[in-house]
Design a protein around this ligand. Structure first.
Ligand code: PMP
Length: 312
């Protein structure tokens, strides 16, 4: 991680090295946080956040599920993000807003524990490697399932969910794969540790439904919209594991992973083992918009205004 100058904490810009919390904060012991991950891209008109409003909406949705009252409005969070990118003078960055239960008492019951909010921004390259975007990655199915319904809500982007994500990722890496794909507890394909998954079969896109314990990905939503507008059929359905092996193309979608081709699953070659034409088409459409090279007809970019403020 490349440190930047400022972190936004509870309404103030503080120095990166001073952005600390107490070790007895509720979040540290119980994973009680909800957060977001998004990117700002370098464009000719300066840095632009991709789908800022949708990410902030999802942050508030995650908080609602966990009965957490975020003590800021969505506009305040959006402005804080834009201002922070300006204050740190970044051309492009990853953006991590987090709301967490802070320091007061340490019972499981969080009543009365303050909800603190912090935002960090820093430069972050390609999540699965630069080369992965062209050559694809080799992945495996995980022996760990995604969260069962009625245990932990997969639709919330909550810190604690990523204990499950870590198991999936570390197991995959220990076997030499770039990433793991988890099934849900009913055996249907769910998602990667930090990505949604798409398959291409006979020219149509297939992706698991929300009921398969997935995070409702904003990149997933982006791919569905772009594909539909290109006349590509998109089917959201339960997906059996073996359908992934038989797909013509497979790819991951995510704010960090962007659109990454998957060329091998469990050491079975997908299609001809190369990035497929529909995957490439989706990448071109996605990167064209996020990098400001093609018209942003969906209004997905929020440009960072010129930074004028003096940090508090
Ligand atoms: N699933 C999980 C578990 C994730 O962590 C992410 C990354 N936030 C995604 C899917 C993709 O979501 P998005 O496209 O909104 O980044």
């Amino acid at each position: 991680m490349t440190p930047t100058e400022y972190i936004w904490m509870n309404g103030k810009l503080v120095k990166w090295e001073d952005a600390k919390i107490h070790v007895l904060s509720h979040v540290i012991h119980y994973g009680s946080s909800v957060f977001e991950g998004m990117r700002a891209y370098k464009t000719e008109r300066g840095p632009a956040c991709f789908r800022l409003h949708e990410h902030t909406d999802r942050l508030f949705d995650s908080a609602k599920i966990y009965r957490m009252e975020i003590p800021y409005t969505k506009d305040e969070i959006n402005n804080a993000i834009l201002n922070l990118i300006g204050a740190n003078n970044l051309e492009a960055c990853y953006i991590r807003p987090i709301a967490y239960r802070g320091y007061k008492s340490l019972g499981v019951d969080p009543t009365g524990v303050p909800i603190d909010v912090a935002i960090g921004v820093w430069p972050w390259g390609k999540y699965l490697g630069e080369e992965a975007l062209v050559n694809g990655v080799s992945v495996c199915f995980s022996s760990w399932n995604r969260l069962a319904p009625n245990t932990m809500p997969a639709m919330a982007k909550a810190g604690a969910n990523y204990m499950n994500g870590q198991l999936i990722k570390l197991e995959a890496k220990s076997h030499g794969y770039a990433e793991g794909i988890a099934l849900d507890v009913f055996g249907h394909v769910s998602e990667g540790s930090g990505e949604n998954i798409f398959m291409v079969r006979n020219g149509a896109l297939i992706t698991p439904t929300f009921a398969a314990s997935i995070l409702p990905g904003i990149t997933r939503r982006t791919v569905i919209r772009l594909a539909t507008d290109m006349g590509i059929k998109v089917i959201e359905q339960n997906v059996p594991r073996e359908a992934v092996y038989l797909a013509d193309e497979v790819f991951f979608s995510g704010s960090a992973a962007e659109i990454t081709p998957i060329t091998r699953v469990d050491n079975i070659t997908i299609g001809d083992g190369k990035r497929g034409p529909i995957t490439e088409k989706m990448q071109n459409a996605y990167f064209g918009i996020v990098e400001g090279r093609t018209e942003d007809k969906y209004n997905w970019l929020t440009y960072v205004p010129e930074y004028k403020g003096v940090p508090a």
